[in-house]
Ligand binder design. Sequence first.
Ligand SMILES: [Zn+2]
Ligand SMILES: [Zn+2]
Ligand SMILES: [Zn+2]
Length: 755
Amino acid sequence: MKPAASPIISRLISITGLVQGVGFRPFIYKLAHHHKIYGHVANNLQGVTIHAEGTHHQITSFIADIRQQAPPAAAIDTIGIEPASVGQFIAFEILRSSDNSSGITEVSPDIAVCDDCLHDMKHQPHRLDYPFTNCTNCGPRFSIIGNLPYDREKTAMQPFEMCQQCRSEYTDMLNRRFHAQPVACNHCGPEYQLIENGNCVTGIENILRRTASLVEQGKIVAVKGIGGFHLMCDATIETAVANLRQRKLREGKPFAVMFSGLDSLSQYDDLSEAEEQWISSWQRPIVLLRTKLNLGPSVTNGFSHLGVMLPYMPIHHQLFEMLQTPAVVLTSGNLSDEPIILDNDIAISRLKTIADAFLVYNRDIINRTDDSVGLVVRNKPMLLRRSRGFAPTPIRTNLNTDNLLATGAELVNCFAVGKGKLAIMSQHIGDLKNFETNEFFEETITKFQKLFRVKPEAVAVDMHPDYLSTRYGKSLGIQVVEVQHHHAHIASCMAEHKLDEPVIGISMDGTGYGDDGNIWGGEFLVCDLKDYRRFNHFSYVPMPGGDLVTKAPWRTALSYLMAAFGHDIDLSGFSFLKNIASAEIELVREAIIKNINAPLSSSCGRLFDAVSALIGACTHAGFHAEAPMRLQDLVQEDISESYPCINEKIIDFSPMIHAIVDDIKNETPAGIIAARFHNTVVEAIVQTAVQLRRQSNLQKVVLSGGSFQNEILLDRSIEKLQAQGFEVFWHQLIPANDGGIALGQLAIAAKRLRG
Ligand SMILES: [Zn+2]
Ligand SMILES: [Zn+2]
Ligand SMILES: [Zn+2]
């Protein structure tokens, strides 16, 4: 007897997540052919639907492969499967998009050029050396999108009419460029130009050769990137880097460096597997590596961490093919705190005192995105700046965030909008006190409302009455939800981990407005997504000069000394004050005693500032958080002991300050003092968590706030808390600093307003 043929079954498969603009439908089309599935695939408002017919076995393996082989930039959220009636399909087709103009489709972030495209640039006649080669798996996305649905005429590609060849690829369902909106070639796409002293070099080969030669001569070239301009020079030529540092008036921040590839980087440094994976991921973030590299003092400026990235645009790869050097400095093309420059003419006029030449192209950048920055902690990535490659990928929550806006903090701003249960965080915006950045903030909020079809019904803002983000939110004339800064930090980490329950929240932070009017920042909360109770905190210490102390850590050190030893402490023996005029010191002492512009602060960041100044690591900070970074850098890692501190109603570090002063007198090496100090803060965190557990019975500890960017503090806190049996949550893809708080504000507003 012949075995019966397997019956044909029919299934409706609904896929949600980031599945549009990332080559998903061509992928499904090819997979269906492979498994001999009949039916069709179409985009819709929620994602992609597939009508699939085949044997039970064919359908099962088809669905398994959807998950396993999805394109790199796709992020499948859910796959729903329903039975359907068997139809009359004779093939598998991609259906045209229905009109989805009122719905949301997710916007893909920009994707680093893929290996297939790099291969095409060597082999396809119409794409030989073409520096804008891309496909459905790679290329610009968010940076060129003006509106949805994601079609070419709504992107910066609109002025470029496809040639015959590109059009045939674009319309061929089996082609890797099927519906790749930025598809282009040498005949029809955007072009580069090199502008040097008013002269213009054209032709990609001439441009590459001239640019490489300038870089090798130690010149500085402004290069238009995916989301804004970069300034580039050879990282191995010390005079070039020093020159860049001087021309950019860039205080002391280490420069980011791009290596030609993983091979050349590995020759300089040992990367962990997790670091290797992250640095070569399609998002291509800058990854901070604790480096053995010696690229010349002006690159790192004394820091042991170096921000490293790999090429992500075709032009980066092409330049490295011409260059002898394994690495170039690639820093953002802007002046001090301004946003990175997008526009060719503005770049040429504003960066003329910095750059010797300008490598530009004739396609507009619609959405500015800085390079993202992160590091690896406990084998997991941790983002410090979430921008190119990550924004505007939504964060999935279990909360109704629909039509809510959260305006974020002020110094490191990112905002967020809610759509359904999604939280869509903006790219890195920056310091709103800068006029241009504030404009960028307001115009990006408007863009996001249009792009994602959000109409804010309520706005969540920081409690700080003077934050420009708060003022903006309050000016909108809609319902306002005020959120305490550190509650927002903890809620952002909770939302990242989909926690919606009471937790122990530990926020180690720089500055945030407290509900008692003081400046908070070393905070222990019991909280959920609605409310918080402040259980304990670092003791209050006056900050003479207010915000000024962040630039002058010696002032905070003086304040801690006076708190520990009394107001009339003899300061003559302290070497960290030796370069500061005694009249100025006495003025600050006076301000503390008489409480003149000396607000109280429980900040963890300021405690780090104080100790950093006290041991002479950093008395005057040239850039944000320099003092804590210098202190962390000194830590001698094998030191496990700590200093005493009082941990009762509040956490008082006076005994530690006494012990540090003794250590300084005894000429204990700074690395040992720095290590003992870090361990003391970790001890305070763990002890307080244990006390909190006793009172609340809570087991889950959530860590957030800018000080947890400190790898040693974070790593040791996690280890010790876990050893005490806590379940510990920390940030991975949302920054622990103020760039993450908009997510927390959004979550709290959703919970308070909608339960
Ligand atoms: Zn590609
Ligand atoms: Zn073409
Ligand atoms: Zn903060």
